[in-house]
Ligand binder design. Structure first.
Ligand code: FRU
Length: 536
């Protein structure tokens, strides 16, 4: 990219017809508009400018900015030696790309991890009375893996004293070597535990997580293990998170553990489950109000779609804000390396606020798109309440293309009819994506089987992907975000989330609501065009 940019800047002044300044400006504007316009490029989701990206890493808020690091391979659009890419944002919507933060070194590649503000300089790595940022990550040593050793992953740290712009690896790395010789031993997430006045690290070890404690982020002691006997074990455990959160509308605080698993997701491949419990500074235990549903193989999923993986939450969001904000990688290891994009690969999900509620099934995490996203909205199209049977074409009424759009619907389906209700996006090539609710099965679903390119992987579009609707009263509420190549469904006020990607060979130009096999009584239809958040 650097070379390319240099080329463009160098050539521009010599282009014929570029002599006067007005024309120069037009040429510059054209270059700017061409930025991020490749086929399938999301316009308000975070994507790397170029090349490969997977998990979000090191998410930390500091001095007015949300930092997002990410698993990145700058030399190819498929996975390779991992670096930490870096971007910052003031509002979680508009992102500024920054230079790569962490490069592989003699201890290995830089796998996933977290970052914290060391407010009291417990590490002693701060300078000039200012708190350092500390990144805690897994070093993955490929040479050792190749040589048949089992201890090739271990936890290390790096520090920054210039607001995350440059990083120094700690000279005593690793801070947690892999003495137990566990092959999958990675993805540390660190939090400050107020009650016991120490740092707590949680990381994944194959089929369970390990909890360690430290006074200074450097010297660590093993506390406990969790999870061998709980949740889903269809694949390897990765990328845990652990945080306290208030039960909505109560003074009670519970602890939530997020846990990604690959494969073994509810619709195949990678997915994220969670546990609600309590943490006493040493051990994490399940809460009785959650436990009955997760014995044996039964897991509770954060998102039922195929494309929300390795997500964790931001550290150090100010207390006055108080939100627990989540971001996931919007892909799936089943096909991530072969999706049909070239310049870059993969996007993040929308940032989401996690809320813990007492639902009919027990304590459940609800996901909602962050409020900040409202800045992207254009003028609303709102239709009167109405009953539909068959199809309602909104394409010409809304007056904007559906590629970047937010849709809010409230619908009641007459009992017993088994109506299949939803939203369909289509294009002139006859490709169609459907997302909706099937009353006969009591399931939300996403159907990308006919939504465009699918041949790149036989695992991509095998069937409708579904999410059971929990016991809920009132109308079905669908809140949807479309962005070129993805749809995120937040159903019933966020109780069910379903995130999926797709690749139409031409942008979708039509949008319809449908009610098949019965009628649908719509009490709310709101559609917003969404502005692009990328660009220079
Ligand atoms: C999850 C993951 C992590 C690992 C990283 C490597 O997607 O497999 O466990 O640290 O990706 O890129």
């Amino acid at each position: 990219m650097k070379n390319l940019l240099f080329g463009v800047l160098f050539i521009l002044p010599f282009l014929p017809g570029c002599e006067n300044s007005a024309e120069k400006e037009t040429a510059a504007a054209a270059t700017e508009n061409a930025y991020y316009t490749e086929p399938h490029r999301p316009q308000f989701h975070f994507t790397p400018e170029k090349m490969w990206m997977n998990d979000p890493n090191g998410m930390v808020f500091y001095e007015g900015k949300y930092h997002l690091f990410y698993q990145h391979y700058p030399d190819s659009n498929v996975w390779g030696p991992m670096h930490w890419g870096h971007a910052v944002s003031r509002d979680l919507v508009h992102w500024q790309h920054l230079p790569i933060a962490l490069y592989p070194d003699s201890l290995g590649m830089i796998f996933s991890g977290s970052a914290v503000v060391d407010w009291d300089n417990t590490s002693g790595l701060g300078e000039n009375g200012k708190p350092p940022l500390i990144a805690i990550f897994t070093h993955h040593q490929p040479d050792w893996a190749e040589a048949g050793r089992q201890d090739f992953q271990y936890q290390s740290i790096a520090y920054s004293n210039d607001r995350g712009r440059t990083w120094t690896k700690y000279a005593g790395n690793p801070v947690i070597p892999n003495a137990e010789k566990i092959r999958d031993f990675r993805d540390p997430k660190v939090i400050w535990h107020e009650a016991s006045q120490q740092w707590i690290m949680v990381f994944a070890a194959q089929d369970h997580v390990k909890l360690w404690a430290s006074p200074n982020l450097i010297n660590w002691t093993h506390l406990s293990d969790f999870g061998r006997e709980w949740g889903s074990h269809g694949g390897v455990w990765e990328c845990p998170d652990l945080f306290p959160i208030q039960v909505d509308n109560s003074g009670e605080t519970k602890w939530v553990m997020l846990l990604s698993i690959n494969p073994g997701g509810p619709n195949g491949g990678s997915a994220t489950q969670y546990f609600v419990g309590n943490f006493d500074g040493k051990t994490f235990t399940l809460d009785p109000a959650f436990a009955p549903r997760v014995s044996g193989e039964k897991a509770v999923w954060l998102d039922y779609g195929r494309d929300n993986y390795a997500g964790v939450t931001w550290s150090d969001v100010p207390k006055e804000d108080g939100r627990r904000i989540f971001l996931g990688w919007m892909s799936n290891w089943d096909y991530a390396t072969v999706v049909p994009t070239q310049a870059w690969r993969s996007a993040m999900t929308l940032p989401r606020q996690l809320i813990l509620k007492k639902a009919a099934d027990g304590l459940r995490l609800f996901s909602l798109p962050v409020e900040e996203l409202k800045v992207l909205r254009g003028a609303v199209y709102a239709a009167d309440p109405q009953t539909i049977g068959g199809e309602l074409d909104l394409s010409s009424q809304i007056g904007f293309p559906p590629s970047q759009m937010e849709v809010l619907l409230e619908v009641e389906l007459p009992e017993g009819a088994g109506t299949d209700f939803g939203v369909a996006l289509s294009n002139s090539k006859g490709e169609q994506y459907r997302i909706g609710y099937d009353a006969a099965k009591n399931k939300f679903y996403s159907d990308r089987t006919k939504a465009g390119k699918t041949g790149f992987s036989e695992k991509f579009a095998t069937a409708r992907h579904t999410a059971p609707r929990p016991e809920t009263s009132g109308p079905i509420r669908l809140h949807l975000f479309f962005d070129a190549a993805s749809c995120e469904l937040f159903a019933d006020g966020g109780e069910v989330a379903l995130t999926e990607i797709f690749f139409p060979s031409e942008d979708f130009s039509k949008v319809k609501l449908y009610a098949l096999g019965g009628q649908a009584n719509l009490s709310k239809i709101e559609v917003y065009p969404l502005k692009r958040a990328v660009g220079k």
